[in-house]
Design a protein around this ligand. Structure first.
Ligand code: GDP
Length: 271
């Protein structure tokens, strides 16, 4: 599909990468902009391919992104597909950030807030997808990956083993993975599984950033004290990990979380 649009040239620092064509989400979020050129008329030509055509993870025919920051980038994030086996992962060439946390920690609410979309993460909770790695497309070669929430006793052992293995192999072997955003309810931080994940990150020197969620549940003083205590524990055991307060209810911490994601995805210098 080709549609025509017009507009000003993008910011100077991105002109070089954009001049040769680049990929980004279409304005209506239904497709990926494959190429852009500027004919004599002054209009841009965009070629779109519907997202549904990208569901084959081995299809790498789209042009890699020039990593162009735009205000609407997060609002344009779309669910791409679910992965149940390593072979289904997209090519290990881009940048991605994984979201992990105990069930009910507030992971879905955080993803929805960070993308300014009320329902985006609901897909990760639909039957059949709860134990899968759910990929969300920021731009081609830029993904958010929603990992299964842990802590549910009712998952059959065979499934738990399968996803445990999948998760471990993904976390240890995925080169595109630039960071782990780990969500913990501020009232119950550092569960056993949280620590296992932080151990895994430390083992491969993968940066981890903790969102202490539901900070609105505590008074400001108590929330700051909980953060300070967590930071002390991290400094001792996980010096590669950082932490902040977060609330999906009040949007507290959204800027700091975006900055971290932007850094890991290559949109700005890492904080
Ligand atoms: P998930 O299972 O980790 O995806 O957790 P959800 O995002 O579904 O949240 C679990 C529950 O916690 C829901 O009832 C949310 O409304 C609530 N919740 C999530 N984030 C916050 C928050 O920042 N503040 C408050 N007060 N409640 C929250």
């Amino acid at each position: 599909m080709t549609v025509f649009g017009s507009g000003d040239l993008p910011p100077a620092r991105n002109r070089a990468t954009r001049a040769g064509g680049q990929a980004s989400l279409g304005g209506d979020g239904t497709g990926v902009c494959l190429n852009r050129s500027r004919p004599e008329s002054g209009s841009f030509i965009y070629q779109f391919r519907p997202l549904s055509s990208m569901r084959n993870p081995n299809d790498t025919t789209y042009i890699s992104t020039g990593a162009v920051p735009t205000a609407g980038r997060w609002r344009g994030v779309r669910f791409l597909y679910s992965v149940n086996a390593l072979a289904q992962l997209p090519p290990d060439t881009g940048r991605e950030v994984a979201f992990a946390g105990r069930s009910n920690a507030g992971k879905s609410s955080a993803i929805n807030l960070l993308t300014s979309q009320r329902q985006l993460a609901r897909v990760s909770k639909t039957p059949g997808r709860t134990q899968l790695l759910n990929f969300f497309l920021v731009e081609p070669d830029r993904y958010l990956v929603d990992l299964p929430g842990y802590g549910y006793a009712r998952v059959p052992d065979s499934i738990r083993r399968h996803w445990g293995e999948l998760l471990e192999r993904y976390l240890t072997g995925r080169a595109a993975l630039r960071g782990l955003l780990l969500l913990m309810d501020i009232r119950h931080p550092l569960t056993d599984m949280d620590r296992q994940l932080l151990d895994g990150c430390a083992a491969r020197e993968l940066p981890a950033h903790i969102l202490l969620t539901k900070a609105d549940k505590l008074s400001r003083g108590a929330a700051l004290a909980a953060l300070a205590q967590l930071k002390r524990r991290l400094a001792t055991n996980y010096p590669g990990a950082s932490a902040q307060l977060f609330s999906a209810l009040t949007s507290q911490g959204i800027g700091e979380a975006h900055a971290r994601l932007d850094g890991w995805l290559g949109y700005r210098e890492e904080p």
